[in-house]
Every structure is written in C-alpha cells, then in structure tokens.
Design a binder for this molecule. Structure first.
Ligand code: PLP
Length: 409
C-alpha cells in the first residue's frame, strides 16, 4: 500500500458511486435515437398516428418487440413509459387499491407482506414502505433465494401476497436464479390465493462475460405448475438505450393483462408512443438489441475487472472480507466483517467516494450484520474506479484499525 487513508483524503476526490447509472459513453451508443427522430416520424407500420391519444397497452410494434425480447406472446406484453419501476409500483398500488383479479383489495386485509430476498434492490423496498406493505427478509444464495425458507413462509402465511425476484444478475449480489429455484417458485403452494411473483428482469440482457445467460421463462413455468396468474414480469431498455428515456415492458397472463388494462385506462389515455416508435425503429429486434448490449459490455467489463483487481490488490490479504465478481448486471457486493459496513461507507464519503448508504440493500435500511456495501462501478471512468476501489479498501482498513485500537485501549 503506497498511500494512507489520510493522504488519500487529502486528494480531495469527488466520485459518486451511489446508483447503477449508465456512463455517458453508454448513452452515446444510442444517440441516433435522438438524431434520427425526424426520420422515425409519427406513423407506424399499421398507420397508427403516434402523436394522438390511445393504445393504453402500448404500440403493437413495441409490444411485439417486448414479446421477442422477453420470449412471450405479444398479447401478454404491455409497452409502457420509460420506467419498469413505475410499472412495479402501479402493480402493487392497483393490488392494494382494487385487488388482483377475483380477489379482495389488499387494503382490506389486516396485514399485507412481501418477501424480500436480501441483499436486494432498495427501490423495491421503498415501494413497499410507501404502500404500507410489510417486508420479510429472506436469505439470498448464489442460485437465488433460500427456497426451503421461502416455501415454508409462503405456504403458511396468507398475509404474504408477493415476493420480489430479480432472477438474473440480481441487484446487488449478481445472483442467478437456477432452473430448480425457478421451478420451485412456480410450483410452491401459497396460503394467499392472490400471491404474486414480482419478477424484475432488469438485467436480462446485461451480460459482463461472453456467455449470454438466459433468464428462465417464469410465465411458462407458472402456467405449467397450474399457477398461470402467479407472475408479473418487468423489464425495460433503461440500460439498453437511455435510462431516462427508454421503454418499459410488463408481461403476464391474459387475466392479469386484462386487469392491468382496466386500471391503467383510468390512470392514462396512453403511453408516449412517439418514443416507442423511435425505439422500435432503432432496436428493430432481439438480435439488434443483443449486439448493442455487446457494445455496452465492451465499456462495462473493463470497469468491473479493474474494480475487482483493485480490491484484490488492496484487500486480498484481509481476513473476513469478500466481494462478488458478477457475470452481469450493474453491481458488486462487498462484504466486510460484521459491524463494519456503515463505518466504511462513512469513511469513504469523507475521502470523497460516495456509496449507496450501508443497509440500503435491506428492508427498512437495516443490515442486521452491518457488513454489506453496494458498489456501482458503471458510471465513473476507469481512473475514477481505481481510485474509488482504493478509497473503499483504505476506508475499510481504517474502520478495522479503529476497532482494533478501541479494543487495545
Ligand atoms: N430494477 C432493478 C433491479 C434495478 O436495478 C433498476 C435500476 O437500477 C431498476 C429496476 C430500474 O428500472 P427502470 O429504469 O426500468 O425503472
């Protein structure tokens, strides 16, 4: 180690690693969405005038593109606005206010709870908190949630109405749900007849290696298991085209889509079809989308490699410290010895590297072991990532040193 924490702090860095945002070079890959907007025009293949109201489930062509990308029939796909998180929020809000098909509104139940594999995505948890849904943490393994735990809870507690799942390159651990996990989720008996899997396939195309791992077809697995309405699938082009101006998709059973249409028609007369048309024209099909994702990978992979190498160089000898090396997605999870995550994040912020708050990947912001740190290496430049990795390592070492000194005193 050639630099101390204090020397590092004196460098006066300012690096933001709080969110998994695409880097500007990634956004530039899809610049022609803006540049070619005049050519995209406003009329679709079928003569739909995208400037006007209507098509609450999205442009037929945008639904077809979603169907191809998600591997489901187009009539089971909704093309929405720019955010899949918005679709997740509305699904839960509609369930709460109006109830799912053939079920009572959740608000009439004494209690509504949702299972949250942890570490997980903080914004999923924020939706639950905002809607008064109790969160029950369940442990996450490398191949998905601890299924024995999940099955026991879901079978016995009718208050459990749903479960968050990020099946591929999970945020933030990079976990990949195995076939067996998916089959068990589809098959497991649920005490609540209106139990739903909130299947957030945000990283479906976001590989970091040359292996394009496929998400499992949860809708087919549920249908096969006799639970045809069990899953809502969400995805978007936020990290394919523009995080602030992409297209989001929801896919589900025919009954769930009809239910969605009924409630969505009250909320809006239709989505931004002009943006959908531009996306259809630009992305064309799954093959084109996948080759665009290869270009994203070429930008992202070196950043993840460099972070990993830096952590190895600066923390490799530290007992009780580990981190993930994800095969896709946008995050690295760093595990400190118990009790050091908060202090590490605090010290890193003082050294100019802002990370997601410690505990954010847990319901109510509480990491019971205070050991998880989420690192988002996508947006900073390579030199910044190296600096950030060093800052995190020095901060963790400083935190461990403080504790050792405290014990000795
Ligand atoms: N779901 C997960 C797991 C994410 O990590 C993110 C963004 O980081 C989102 C959803 C947000 O998706 P969108 O931009 O489509 O709202």
């Amino acid at each position: 180690m050639t630099i101390t924490y204090d020397e590092f702090k004196a460098l006066g860095l300012s690096i933001d690693m709080t969110r998994g945002k695409p880097a500007p070079e990634q956004l530039d890959l899809s610049l022609s969405l803006i540049e070619d907007a005049p050519q995209a025009g406003y009329l679709t293949r079928d003569g739909i005038d995208c400037r006007n109201y209507g098509h609450v489930l999205g442009l037929p062509q945008a639904r077809e593109l979603g169907a191809q990308c998600l591997g489901v029939p187009a009539q089971q796909v909704v093309a929405g606005g720019n955010s899949s998180l918005e679709l997740m929020h509305d699904t839960l809000a509609f369930a709460m206010l109006h109830g799912l098909p053939q079920a009572e509104p959740w608000r009439r139940a004494d209690e509504v709870a949702v299972l949250c594999p942890v570490p997980g995505y903080d914004r999923h948890f924020a939706i639950c908190e905002a809607l008064g849904i109790r969160m029950i943490a369940v442990p996450m393994n490398e191949d998905g949630p601890d299924m024995a735990h999940v099955e026991a809870l879901v079978a016995s507690d009718p208050a459990i109405k749903g479960m968050w799942c990020t099946p591929l390159y999970s945020n933030p651990t990079g976990a990949i749900y195995s076939c067996e996990t998916v089959r068990r989720l589809a098959r497991m008996p649920a005490a609540a007849a209106d139990f739903r899997l909130l299947w957030d396939d945000a990283y479906r195309f976001h590989h970091l290696t040359d292996q394009r791992i496929e998400s499992h077809d949860i809708l087919a697995a549920c249908a096969e298991a006799g639970h045809v309405d069990r899953a809502f699938v969400f995805a978007s082009t936020s990290k394919v085209t523009f995080a602030g101006g992409g297209v989001a998709w929801l896919a589900s059973s025919a009954a769930n889509i009809a239910w969605w249409q009924r409630h969505m028609s009250v909320r809006t007369i239709g989505p931004d079809k002009l943006n959908q048309l531009r996306h259809v024209r630009y992305l064309r099909d799954r093959t084109t989308l996948e080759s665009l994702m290869d270009r994203h990978r070429a930008i992202l992979q070196p950043k993840f490699e460099l972070l990993d190498a830096t952590l190895h160089a600066w923390l490799g000898d530290q007992p009780g410290v580990s981190w993930t090396k994800p095969q896709g997605g946008y995050f690295v999870s760093l595990y400190t010895p118990d009790g050091y995550a908060k202090r590490t994040v605090e010290l890193a912020a003082q050294a100019g590297v802002v990370l997601t708050g410690a505990g954010a990947a847990f319901p109510y912001g509480i990491d019971p072991r205070d050991r998880h740190v989420r690192i988002a290496p996508s947006c900073p430049s390579l030199p910044e990532i190296e600096r950030a990795g060093q800052a995190i390592a020095l901060s963790l070492r400083r935190a461990l040193g403080e504790a050792a000194r405290g014990k000795a005193a």
